[in-house]
Design a protein around this ligand. Structure first.
Ligand code: G4P
Length: 533
């Protein structure tokens, strides 16, 4: 198969959802279709023994959540699929956001009884910012659910996008009979007892010819379905693929992941509707096509100690163009050095396997000798490109960290540096204070716990942690006096690792106070890197 053919069969997407909407269950069903796993429950067991594919830390196991995002690859129907799993728990971090930078499409899983939930909102915002196509799977139709029209309306009004239901549910909960495929005009009947589906192929759902349909779903539901379809055909959006491709219209599917109902139908439509890997822009404004014949990639995630025995650090890279070859030397743009990307690997369910080649659209993990930072570019020396960095999000929680054992100062610095390099935390200096006392900023508070755990387990360092009540951070653009002389309230002056002056505030009112009490003080948002296109 040619490189272009390999690339064109790739589909790289992330699944996003609020916890418990059914993301893991849906992923697992996809893997079953891909023949990667043989039985359900392989990805994650029962509640008492929950473990996701990516759990690589005791802490994750203890809390029953997946802190880091994992990447899975499998083949289905002639496609090579890369799924980026994003942690969905309440307390997620920047890692989740960054993972979305490596995806070309997103699947948004929604609980039919709950509709849009807080985490769905946050994740949707990032997808919308990138303008990537979003496909919606409304899950748990086997349970009593909200009115489907109401759910669509919520998506449209809250997210400001159009919806196109590809299928339509026939009731829900105990009465759930299946879905009507609006494209094929057939009914896919739900068979609860066989935990599967029975497709009524060829029953052209001409609602005047009612015999077969009535046998299947009963007269009342047939009439109701007919009315709903008529209404949809009249009032809903057209399936405009241009709008889908720019994230302005979301195709919507109803089903039940747990019962494996509507999942294959969804997967098939999804693969048909999505495009091969997207192009990427460089800092010079050049567009790199996936099929361009040189290798290029960017680092979107760094993960330490995936394998405790080896104390390794893996950099996850998203290949943007060309073909990756294991034995070749590549060029790390930020350090200006040649690198050999050793131990290139991909995740297949629970297993990591070493690979010899990979293509644009793929995500691979490579050994990081400690030189990579999030957002770095790796390419061929004879064809240098540099991708835009990945946005750094403003931390929302801050803690003062003080090292306890002065004998372990080196380990403290090393550990904090390395963990910051992975992008899990951000370190700020307190001007005038020693290096053993720093401010740590995180997007999700769980990262503070992770930091404490990792510092102790990986670097043998304990520290004192005092959580602060600051929630906002701004960059000082210009200040009328030296920043430590500013008239402030409930505000702290810090510097980021690049030595830039910052202020952290307890709330918006502190920002207003700072501005009104210090004429000429100019502040800017913390996020300063352009988002990748
Ligand atoms: P998440 O990854 O989005 O957090 O959700 P997950 O797949 O873990 O699903 C959350 C719970 O919802 C699980 O139940 C799962 O079995 C259930 N679930 C998922 N899809 C469906 C569905 O289509 N219908 C129904 N009725 N339930 C569904 P649990 O009790 O928390 O875990 P478990 O004991 O089943 O593993």
């Amino acid at each position: 198969m040619s490189t272009a053919d390999e690339i064109n069969k790739r589909r790289t997407f992330a699944i996003i959802s609020h916890p418990d909407a059914g993301k893991t269950t849906l992923t697992e069903k996809f893997l079953l279709y891909g023949g990667v796993i043989q039985s359900a429950g392989t990805v994650k067991g029962k509640a008492s023994d929950k473990h996701a594919v990516s759990d690589w830390m005791d802490l994750e196991k203890k809390r029953g959540i997946s802190i880091t995002s994992s990447v899975l690859q499998f083949n289905y129907g002639g496609f090579c699929i890369n799924i980026l799993d994003t942690p969905g728990h309440q307390d997620f971090s920047e890692d989740t956001y960054r993972t979305l930078m490596a995806a070309d499409n997103a699947i948004m899983v929604i609980d039919a009884a709950k509709g849009i939930e807080p985490q769905t909102r946050k994740l949707f915002k990032v997808c919308a910012m990138r303008g990537i196509p979003i496909f919606t799977f409304i899950n748990k139709m086997d349970r009593d659910s909200r009115d489907p029209f109401e759910l669509l309306d919520e998506l449209e009004t809250e997210f400001g996008i159009g919806t196109y239901p590809v299928n339509w549910p026939i009731s829900s909960g105990r009465n759930f009979k299946g879905v009507y495929d609006r494209q094929k005009k057939t009914i896919l009947a739900f068979n609860e007892f066989h935990q599967g589906s029975k497709r009524i192929e060829g029953v052209e759902c001409d609602f005047s010819d009612t015999k077969d349909i009535d046998e299947l779903i009963g007269e009342d539901l047939r009439k109701e379905l007919g009315d709903s379809i008529e209404l949809l055909d009249m009032a809903s959006y057209e399936l405009d693929m241009k709008k889908v491709n720019t994230g302005k219209l979301t195709p919507v599917f109803f089903g039940s992941a747990l019962n494996n109902f509507g999942v294959e139908q969804f997967l098939q439509y999804f693969l048909k509707m999505t495009t091969p890997p997207l192009s990427h822009k460089t800092v010079d404004g050049e567009t790199v096509l996936p099929t361009d014949d040189y290798f290029s990639a960017f680092v979107f995630k760094i993960q330490a100690n995936m394998n405790k025995a080896h104390r390794d650090r893996i950099a996850f890279i998203r290949i943007c163009s060309g073909r990756f070859e294991r034995q070749k030397e590549y060029y790390h743009v930020q350090s200006g050095k040649e690198v050999k990307l050793s131990q290139p690997q991909q995740m297949m369910a629970q297993e990591r396997s070493i690979i010899n080649e990979a293509y644009a659209g793929d995500i691979i993990g490579v050994f990081d000798p400690g030189i990579f930072y999030i957002g770095d570019t790796i390419c061929e020396e004879k064809h240098k490109v540099k991708y835009k960095g990945i946005m750094t999000f403003a931390p929302e929680h801050f803690s003062e960290i003080e090292q306890i054992d002065s004998m372990k100062r080196k380990q403290f610095e090393k550990g904090m540096d390395q963990i910051a390099q992975e992008g899990a935390i951000q370190i700020f200096k307190i001007p005038g204070a020693g290096i053993e006392r720093v401010i740590v900023g995180v997007v999700g508070v769980l990262q503070l716990e992770v930091l404490e755990y990792r510092m102790e387990n990986e670097y043998g360092v304990k520290f004192r942690r005092k959580d602060l009540n600051y929630t906002l951070i701004k960059k000082i653009v210009s200040s009328p006096v030296s920043p430590d002389k500013l008239d402030l309230t409930n505000t702290m002056y810090v510097q980021d690792i690049r030595g830039r002056d910052m202020l952290i505030f307890a709330g918006q009112w502190c920002i207003d106070w700072a501005k009104s009490h210090n004429k000429g003080l100019e502040l800017d948002d913390f996020e300063d890197l352009e988002i990748m296109e």
